[in-house]
Design a protein around this ligand. Structure first.
Ligand code: FES
Length: 100
């Protein structure tokens, strides 16, 4: 679906998406990394379970909510990838957790 324009000069890091390990470029958003890895949904809607992908990529639409490092409702387009990050597709409405 998506690919890097120049794959030769990119520093990468490892992260996990749905339990599978990927190498992704340093400095990109989680949403961009997920798309780059060929994942075709970031969450399922609470009512119908319809799959959703990022739409605006700038923090407006909230279609990119994912569970990241165990915290649900994270806007994947607003977070930069980190080494060993654990990313999961969010199923429906998540419970609200208090972050520190
Ligand atoms: S893609 Fe719209 S808020 Fe993240």
């Amino acid at each position: 679906m998506f690919r890097l324009v120049d794959e030769t000069s990119v520093d990468t890091l490892k992260l996990s998406i749905e339990g599978r390990e990927y190498d992704v470029p340093v400095g990109i958003s989680v949403a961009a990394a997920v798309l780059l890895c060929g994942i075709t949904r970031l969450r399922n809607t609470p009512v119908s379970g319809s799959p959703r992908l990022p739409y605006c990529m700038m923090g407006i639409c909230f279609d990119c909510l994912m569970t990241i490092d165990g915290f649900p409702n994270q806007q994947a387009c607003q977070l930069e990838v980190r080494e060993n990050m654990t990313i999961e597709i969010q199923q429906g409405a998540a419970e609200l957790l208090q972050q520190r």
